[in-house]
Design a protein around this ligand. Structure first.
Ligand code: AHM
Ligand code: MG
Length: 332
């Protein structure tokens, strides 16, 4: 039996899991595994910072100087620094583009990969102790390793991601990722300081009874299909759940079955969520788990990005629900 086919027991650490899977990536085993380890390590540091966030009133307000004279940084900026540092030190990533920065950073090394990341998503929830997340996509760079990075290295379709995932800083912290061979969820065991496999081969139920949308924006939706779909959900006994923190909303629906809807509105003509930092990674996860992710007419993963910060409408979740919504959107 191939090593990679052996069922991996719940409770094994991320490190052992990565090692046991290395033979699935014959050309890139070492580098790729190291990238995942870099993400895990940075997320532990961010997790620690998040857990201290409630103490900010005692330790000094953001924007003020702390006792040592350092400027206190906002958590999302801090998370950006932590992840960037982990990748640049690791050397496997040639560069990074983050939701926190206008353009990409070239680490000027020989790395084969590039990373697109939203270091801390759900910023409106940070100050109120509600779940937030990190979202990441890993691509092979398009240009030759060792040369200057270009936009072309980052403007890749989601279908070209070699790995994607998220970290959910919730009632427990979880790292969920895919390398294109299923979705695996690890829970952070704080006393050990280790991620342990808790959700092997996650599957998104084909059907569900949860819809997640900021319904206050409904009157500003140019497409009446959204309203019609929600009316149907209500008649069918759905429940509404919306945290306003994308990772948490997607994670819940992935486990329980449901649909997440962020449409185009008068305020956000092309949707609010960013293709490169938010939608692509989550679309890959959900598809790998058997669900669906669309922008209305297209598969999210097939959109060729033109702009690093491009946004898109986002309809994602249980296959049956997404299909039903799409047919309402197409009905005139
Ligand atoms: P952010 O990147 O500024 O944190 O915004 C993204 C967040 C998502 O987590 C969430 O799904 C969405 O914005 C909520 O938007 P809204 O407040 O319009 O419902
Ligand atoms: Mg975001």
């Amino acid at each position: 039996m191939e090593r990679s086919r052996i069922a991996l027991p719940i409770g094994i650490t991320l490190d052992r899991f990565i090692k046991s899977k290395q033979d699935e990536y014959p050309q890139a085993a070492g580098e790729f595994s190291q990238l995942l380890r870099d993400i895990a390590l940075a997320s532990k540091v961010v997790n620690r910072e998040i857990n201290k966030a409630g103490l900010v009133d005692i330790m000094g307000y953001i924007g003020q100087q702390n006792k040592a004279g350092d400027e206190q940084q906002k958590l999302d900026v801090l998370a950006h620094i932590r992840f960037s540092r982990a990748f640049s030190k690791g050397g496997e990533a040639a560069g990074i583009i983050s939701e926190e920065t206008k353009s990409f950073t070239d680490f000027k090394n020989k790395g084969k990969y590039v990373v697109a990341i939203d270091p801390l998503d759900g910023s409106s929830n940070i100050d109120v102790n509600v779940s937030i997340g990190t979202i990441f996509s890993i691509y092979k760079r398009k240009t030759r390793p060792g040369t200057k990075l270009t936009q072309k290295d980052f403007l890749q379709k989601g279908s070209e991601q070699v790995a994607a995932g998220y970290i959910l800083y919730g009632s427990s912290t979880m790292l969920v990722f895919t390398t294109g061979k299923g979705v695996f969820g690890f829970t952070y065991e704080t006393t050990l300081g280790e991620y342990v496999l808790s959700h092997p081969q996650m599957r998104c139920p084909a059907n569900g009874k949860i819809y997640s949308i900021n319904e206050a924006g409904l009157p500003q939706c140019p497409n009446p299909g959204i309203g019609r779909y929600l009316d149907k959900c209500k008649k069918d006994g759905f429940t509404a759940r919306y945290i306003g923190s994308l990772v948490a909303d997607i994670h819940r629906n992935l486990i329980k079955g449901g649909i997440f809807i962020y449409p185009a509105t008068d305020r956000y003509r092309d949707g609010k969520l960013r293709l490169l930092f938010e939608c692509n990674a989550l679309a890959m996860i959900v598809e790998q788990a058997g669900g669906m992710a669309r922008n209305g007419s297209k598969r999210i993963l097939d959109i060729a990005p033109k702009d690093l910060h491009q946004t898109t409408p986002f309809f994602v979740g249980s296959k049956r629900l997404v299909k039903e919504l799409l047919s309402e959107l197409q009905r005139k």
